[in-house]
Structure formats: structure tokens, C-alpha cells
Ligand binder design. Structure first.
Ligand code: MD3
Ligand code: FE
Length: 207
């Protein structure tokens, strides 16, 4: 296995894990699959406030949120009612190679950040499979990612996630607060309209 550059309470980052050619192939695969499961605008529970990130999912389960029912996983696209497209084979391979988890992932959340998008500090808490790590794959413009600790007021550190970087959130870091402060426009030419795609790969149900 490739050597991770950092190892902090289960947070590991592999900068440039995907070559440019692999990034292009994954980008093309993601865009092709999105034709069967288009991006939609997620809404915050209760307030119905639109999130700044557009989303879709691949795999048997997808993470969704709306005003009425809030955060959850479901097997179908909220707008089309169809099952999510299958997970890209390369994503399944990366999970087997890097996650150290014996069961396959069930959800690949696709987050699209335009240049002004960000994601506030939060904890991922909607997965019953608490022991499973989360794998993240970055494509396109660099993100300033922030990660803290298990309490919102814990000190945080900033990490740049560039195109082709892969990171794994295992161990204690799986329950740490994290978010995306901003996107650095013009830092990659991978996506034709700029911006960033993050693939967040998760096991949802205990195997
Ligand atoms: C740290 N996405 O979808 S991915 C999310 O870049 C999410 O789109 C961000 O946070 C993005 O929930 C960050 C990296 C990531 C994913 C899960 C984590 C970092 C994490 C879980 C715990 C701690
Ligand atoms: Fe998250």
C-alpha cells in the first residue's frame, strides 16, 4: 500500500494518489453516471435553506437531505425516484486498497463545489456502521479543508485537498468536526467549468 503523508488519529492523506490520466478517467466516468442521477440542490432540515453544494450519489444507498425529512440515506434519487447509478469500479477498487474495511462501501456521495461554495463544520453521524472509515477523493480545484476534534470548539487545522488527492478518515478522526472553508478557483483544469468534485465513500449499515 502507498505510504500516507500524514497520520493523525486515523486521518491519512495520500497527495496525488491518482495520476492525471486516472483523474480524467474518473471524471469522465462520474459525468457519464450523473446522466442517470443528476445533481440536485439539497436543503437543510426544518429551515429548508438550500445548501451551497450540489449533490448526487452512486451505489445502493445515497445521503440526502430535505426540509421535511432531514438527513438520511435512501436507495432512490429524490427528484427522479430512480435507484442511484452504480458506483464507479475505480471507487470500489480504491476502497478495497485503502480502507482496510472488509465489507464493500454502500454510498458514494458526489459533492459539486462551484467556486463560491463551502461546507460548514459538521460531524458525519448518519451511518450505523460507526467502525467503518470514510474515503474521500478530490477532483478539480483545490479545497481548503478544515478538521478539528470531537468537540466543535476543539482546535482545528487546515489541509489543502488538491485534484487526485485521496484521504481516509478512520479511527478517532471519523467522528471529528470538519468542513470546507473555500475552493481556490483556477487551481486545476480537470473540470471544464472549474470547481471541485468530492467523492465521499462510506459504509452505511453494519455488515
Ligand atoms: C473528516 N465532505 O460530504 S470530504 C461530507 O470535501 C463532507 O466534500 C467534504 O464532509 C468534501 O460529509 C469533506 C473528507 C471527509 C469526509 C468525511 C469525514 C472528511 C471527514 C468524516 C470525519 C472527519
Ligand atoms: Fe462530512
Amino acid at each position: 500500500m502507498a505510504q500516507a503523508a500524514t497520520d493523525l488519529e486515523g486521518f491519512r492523506l495520500w497527495p496525488g494518489f491518482l495520476s492525471r490520466a486516472e483523474q480524467e478517467a474518473l471524471r469522465d466516468d462520474v459525468f457519464a453516471r450523473m446522466r442517470g442521477g443528476p445533481l440536485y440542490i439539497p436543503r437543510m432540515p426544518k429551515s429548508g435553506q438550500p445548501m451551497r453544494v450540489r449533490m448526487t450519489n452512486f451505489g445502493p444507498l445515497g445521503w440526502v437531505t430535505d426540509k421535511e425529512q432531514g438527513y438520511r440515506y435512501q436507495a432512490t434519487h429524490p427528484d427522479t425516484g430512480k435507484p442511484w447509478p452504480e458506483m464507479p469500479p475505480r471507487v470500489l477498487e480504491l476502497w478495497s486498497e485503502l480502507s482496510g474495511y472488509s465489507a464493500p462501501p454502500e454510498a458514494c456521495l458526489v459533492n459539486l463545489y462551484e467556486s463560491d461554495a463551502r461546507m460548514g463544520l459538521h460531524i458525519d453521524a448518519d451511518e450505523a456502521a460507526w467502525d467503518a472509515p470514510v474515503l474521500s477523493i478530490s477532483l478539480g480545484d483545490t479545497a481548503l479543508f478544515r478538521i478539528g476534534g470531537p468537540v466543535r470548539s476543539d482546535p482545528t487545522r487546515s489541509v489543502r485537498l488538491a485534484s487526485g488527492d485521496v484521504c481516509l478518515l478512520g479511527g478517532a478522526s471519523r467522528r471529528f468536526y470538519h468542513g470546507v472553508d473555500r475552493i481556490l478557483p483556477g487551481t486545476s483544469r480537470l473540470l471544464p467549468k472549474g470547481g471541485r468534485i468530492n467523492l465521499t465513500v462510506r459504509r452505511v449499515t453494519p455488515p
